[in-house]
Design a protein around this ligand. Structure first.
Ligand SMILES: [Fe+2]
Length: 243
């Protein structure tokens, strides 16, 4: 089984990821070149900035799929493309979740969420714990949040509340600064990540993702690469929704 990327921004024109379908196809081709056989498109859902819903995602997906079909006809090999979303963990998200309209992972039992970098919402543990009863929160790039960088206790509270941690591979090579890199190395050493991802926004991110995978392999070995890029992601994709 090939690698699975749970977090990527190839859908054109709906967030700060790919601008065009060509850009999105180039990003996917690059990730396939690294060894990713499945990529989950996770456009941002951020109120007042990128108010993405099922409809806008479907429209961007249609544009990209048309481009991918053309590339496949030319003989290019591309990863399988699945759909989810990267939700800001706010009231809008909780409302969408209640209505069954959140952009969850395909199994419906897990959803990718993010916080603002410099703060984590008040009483977040309680909210995560409540959410995890029905849909498991998958926390994007925990190493990038200032409170997590400052204290292991914060991270342990999030995990204790039911969050699954998703490593951004580019953090391991300093793409988001030294503090995020140090936090990523610490969380990795402690074995607390459930899975790893590219969070790639453009084709030029692909070489940095490759460096991140090399750093992961150097730090923890091939078995951990497989756990974070195959077993962990497969578990998240297979998580089924509970009413
Ligand atoms: Fe992202």
């Amino acid at each position: 089984m090939g690698w699975i990327d749970l977090h990527c921004h190839p859908l054109p024109g709906i967030d700060d990821g790919a601008r065009t379908a060509e850009d999105g196809a180039a990003l996917l081709a690059g990730l396939h070149g690294l060894g990713f056989e499945t990529v989950v498109a996770t456009p941002h859902v951020r109120s007042g900035v990128w108010d993405n819903r099922l409809e806008s995602r479907a429209a961007a997906h249609a544009l990209l799929e048309a481009m991918l079909a053309e590339a496949r006809r030319r003989g290019e090999t591309l990863p399988a493309l699945l759909l989810a979303g990267e939700h800001m963990f706010d009231d809008v998200f909780h409302d969408l979740l209640r209505k069954g309209e959140a952009l969850t992972y395909p199994g419906g039992g897990a959803a990718l969420v993010e916080f603002a970098y410099d703060s984590i919402p008040m009483r977040v543990e309680l909210q995560l714990w409540r959410m995890a009863k029905t849909v498991r929160p998958v926390l994007a790039h925990p190493e990038r949040y200032t409170p997590v960088q400052q204290s292991d206790d914060k991270l342990d509270e999030l995990v204790g509340a039911g969050a699954w941690l998703l490593l951004d591979l580019m953090s391991l090579v300093g793409a988001y600064g030294r503090r995020a890199q140090a936090a990523a190395e610490r969380i990795l050493a402690a074995g607390k990540y459930t899975a790893a991802c590219s969070d790639a926004h453009k084709a030029s991110d692909v070489p940095v993702v490759a460096q991140g995978i090399a750093a992961l392999r150097a730090a923890k070995g091939e078995a951990e690469v497989r756990r974070l890029l195959i077993d962990g992601p497969a578990k998240i994709l297979a998580a089924a929704g509970r009413a």
